[in-house]
Ligand binder design. Structure first.
Ligand code: 5HY
Length: 243
């Protein structure tokens, strides 16, 4: 099977990190195609970034469909464009926040999210309210390291571990969810230091899509996720016109 893993931001080094996390868990019969959108923000740290990431994500989903992808992962913790992507896809589409939060509820009673900028905490709470039962997400905490500095900041690892430890104590939680695709490389460090399940959404989403495909499950084309109605789009979005 072929799983397309879309990095919704346009930073190639993050796409490479995401690809490594996905390929580390994918089964022997699974090919992971990691892609960077042709347009969009260098990183996603605000509602504005998230909105402007969606056209590039949808173009990547459409291209993946044309090239035979059996399913898709949206590898940004805001799950940008998830529902619209499901309207374009035949196979399953899973966001990394969605997968990580669901996985967290299967291995603990309450989880804490550790993410990047404080301003994105509200989005994580909104997604938790959509994906999991009330009370499952006990708190969202930000290390306030910009997404693109996670790879270069020598203090990132230490700060993320300390924040996760503090989050577990303050929230009374027993699982940590890493709230950024760029944190995937720290999953083992945080788990070893804290001795609790730590979940990287890239790996969780890759295996969830792989499992759904193995089960023969595709996105339902009946009702809300049916293909969008034919529409003319103008200006910069002219290329999205559907017939
Ligand atoms: C991500 N931004 O996973 C999110 C992290 C965030 O460019 N990739 C990004 O803070 O929402």
């Amino acid at each position: 099977m072929r799983i397309q893993v879309v990095n919704p931001n346009t930073t190639e080094s993050m796409t490479a990190l995401i690809a490594a996390s996905a390929r580390a868990v994918a089964g022997p019969g699974t090919v992971v195609d990691a892609v960077t959108p042709a347009m969009g923000p260098a990183s996603i740290e605000s509602h504005y970034d998230e909105a402007l990431a969606v056209p590039g994500v949808l173009a990547a989903i459409a291209e993946g469909e044309r090239s035979g992808a059996d399913g898709h992962v949206l590898a940004c913790f805001g799950d940008p464009g998830l529902d619209a992507a499901r309207e374009l896809a035949t196979g399953p589409v899973v966001g990394i926040a969605e997968a990580a939060m669901h996985a967290a509820t299967l291995v603990g009673r309450g989880f804490s999210v550790v993410t990047t900028l404080s301003r994105t905490r509200g989005r994580a709470h909104d997604l938790a309210a959509r994906y999991v039962a009330a009370g499952a997400c006990r708190g969202v905490h930000a290390c306030d390291i910009p997404v693109l500095e996670l790879e270069t900041d020598p203090a990132a690892r230490k700060r993320v571990v300390a924040l996760a430890r503090d989050a577990l104590d303050r929230d009374g939680s027993d699982v940590v969810v890493l709230g950024c695709a760029g944190l995937a490389a720290l999953v083992a460090d945080v788990a070893d230091e804290l001795g609790v399940p730590v979940i990287d959404g890239v790996a969780a989403a890759t295996l969830l899509v792989q499992s759904l495909i193995t089960l023969g499950l595709r996105t339902s084309a009946r009702g809300e996720y049916a293909r969008p109605p034919a529409k003319r789009y103008t200006g910069l979005l002219g290329g999205f016109t559907t017939s």
